[in-house]
Write a protein that binds this ligand. Structure first.
Ligand SMILES: O=P(O)(O)OC[C@@H](O)[C@H]1O[C@@H](OP(=O)(O)O)[C@@H](O)[C@@H](O)[C@@H]1O
Ligand SMILES: [Mg+2]
Ligand SMILES: [Zn+2]
Length: 184
């Protein structure tokens, strides 16, 4: 069975900003994240990204810039020996009533349709509560990382039905644990 990991982007793969990530130059990898993705990929995991990008709806950047940002991330992962299978994003704003904006499960539904993979209990890593809720509603395993907005998410208190989820300092720590578990 394909091993799949779903990653939120801002705050997990790259540093987040309250001013949004509007260009390739603003996209700074979280330390260790590129290598962590490559290690998962080399160990046989399909790694996909599920990200809210309301900056498009807000007119801060367009889908061509977003594609360049994602190409830049994947180029770095490929240089480290891995690959990201796909980037799935919601371009809409909070009031657009779409199904693909996390915490709704629409991005995961797109992943299932396009990759014909099972997502049941696939780890879905995020730094925001909406990431964890999207994971939960799509049947994935919600995993919190404390990079980006993650520490603030934890400090705000997780809902009872998310109280026992796995929590890691960052994506690199998750990959160390996940690969260590797989090699046992
Ligand atoms: O963490 P992911 O899903 O990869 O991407 C989050 C970004 O799209 C932006 O999402 C915005 O939330 P609103 O879209 O304004 O609610 C803000 O949180 C920004 O700081 C953040 O950069
Ligand atoms: Mg995030
Ligand atoms: Zn959407």
């Amino acid at each position: 069975m394909t091993k799949l990991v779903i990653l939120d982007r801002d705050g997990v793969i790259n540093e987040d900003s309250d001013a949004f990530i509007k260009s390739v130059d603003e996209c700074i990898p979280v330390p260790g994240s590129i290598d962590a993705i490559a290690r998962l990929s080399k160990a046989g995991y399909q790694v996909v990204v599920a990200t809210n990008q309301s900056g498009i709806a807000r007119g801060l950047f367009d889908e061509f810039v977003l594609a360049r940002i994602h190409q830049s991330i994947n180029d770095q992962v490929e240089a480290a020996g891995g690959i990201i299978t796909g980037f799935f994003y919601c371009p809409h704003g909070p009031d657009d009533g779409c199904r693909c904006r996390k915490p709704l499960p629409g991005l995961v539904e797109e992943i299932v349709q396009q990759l014909t993979v099972t997502v049941s209990n696939a780890p879905f890593l995020g730094d925001s509560l909406r990431d964890l809720q999207a994971a939960q509603s799509a049947g994935c395993e919600p995993v919190l990382v404390l990079s980006g907005k993650g520490q603030a998410t934890l400090d705000a208190g997780l809902p009872a039905d998310l109280a026992n989820i796995r929590i890691y300092p960052d994506l690199a720590a998750f990959s160390d644990s996940q690969l260590g578990v797989d090699q046992s």
